[in-house]
Design a protein. Sequence first.
Length: 230
Amino acid sequence: MNGLSERLKLVRDHLGLSQEEMAALVGMKRRGYQDTEQRGTAKSEMIAKLVEAGINANWLLSGDGAMLLGDAVAQEAPQGTRNCADDYQPGDDEFAYIPLYDAQVSAGHGASMENARVLSHLAFRQDWLQEAGLSAGNLSAVQVSGDSMLGVVADGDTVLVDHSRRDVSREGLYVLRLDDHLYVKHLQKTLDGVNIISANKVYSTISVPRDRLNDLEVIGRAVWSASWLD
């Protein structure tokens, strides 16, 4: 687990909550909170709920300062987590909030992104993105539906898409639009066009010939995914 994962567990232990009870506190489903605690990615809404419960957002996101907000909670933070008691709002240069759209990309027979709207935002540390060579302004997140990429991404997974990476000369996992539907598929460039490949062998490879490449719109390369835990 990363630092945020450990701090979420410390918060949960401090509050005396199970993962299911913690999920209810922050307005999430149990499986969603389990994934959040394991991977250490926090939505802004969850952070706001924990601040309401007396948790210092600065400590939660960076490890700096006290776990608890000033006099909001009588009990002191555990030894080793306190540096200062100042309340804190994370600066814009520390975290990037990536939009999560309500559109789904299909790992099956296709999904539509028509009239997509932003559901929420996912918080990523700017330095993590920089280390991965990513720019927040080029990123968005969508959810996957279907089973054609089972073993790579699964139904219900969240995928982070880099819209600046659309050159399929580098083989890999991409979000694409074909015939007005969205897919997440493995793309392979060939001499005659592009192959759209599914990980689930129940689905056949689709070959898009060179003269139809204008019908294939590459939305961006999938660079990160998060899945539910049972």
